[in-house]
Ligand binder design. Sequence first.
Ligand code: COA
Length: 140
Amino acid sequence: MRYYPAPYDEAGVADWIARNLSRYERDGHGLWAIDLKSTGEMIGDCGITLQEVDGQPLPEIGYHLRRDMWGQGYATEAARACRDYGFTQLNAEVLISLIRPENVPSRRVAERNGMTVWKEINRAGLKHLVYAVRRAPRDQ
Ligand SMILES: CC(C)(COP(=O)(O)OP(=O)(O)OC[C@H]1O[C@@H](n2cnc3c(N)ncnc32)[C@H](O)[C@@H]1OP(=O)(O)O)[C@@H](O)C(=O)NCCC(=O)NCCS
């Protein structure tokens, strides 16, 4: 949570869950659970949420993984699955990831997801890079 304005307290967590439940209802997608296939254990979340960039809602791929599971390629695997889902099931033209410049692991995941830096924006008073990937002809 170091790249977010502050960690969530218990009320913040309950709010986050409620927000994603309403996203499933309203948008048909949101941040989903990442389950470890070998054990069925939930180790994080990854999914597609609508985020405003310069006044326009765009589908964003986000990911958060339990710390003891880092560095094994799980976020990359999940982010790629979301990219494929966004292009083939949601018919998105573009998918983005909003990332603080200092968040190197997250930037590496975006880059391995085929994304490049599109622009910089200010969000909650903090500089963010807008990584983006456009739909390739093979996904249409
Ligand atoms: C970002 C995050 C999901 C990456 O998960 P992950 O499963 O470890 O990612 P992967 O293993 O697929 O790839 C991580 C990449 O970052 C690198 N990396 C991992 N930890 C790192 C660190 N502390 N410093 C620099 N690079 C690091 C890995 O080596 C890998 O890059 P590589 O291809 O050059 O080897 C995870 O670090 C996380 O949950 N962070 C906290 C939440 C967060 O910041 N989410 C993103 C918000 S934009």
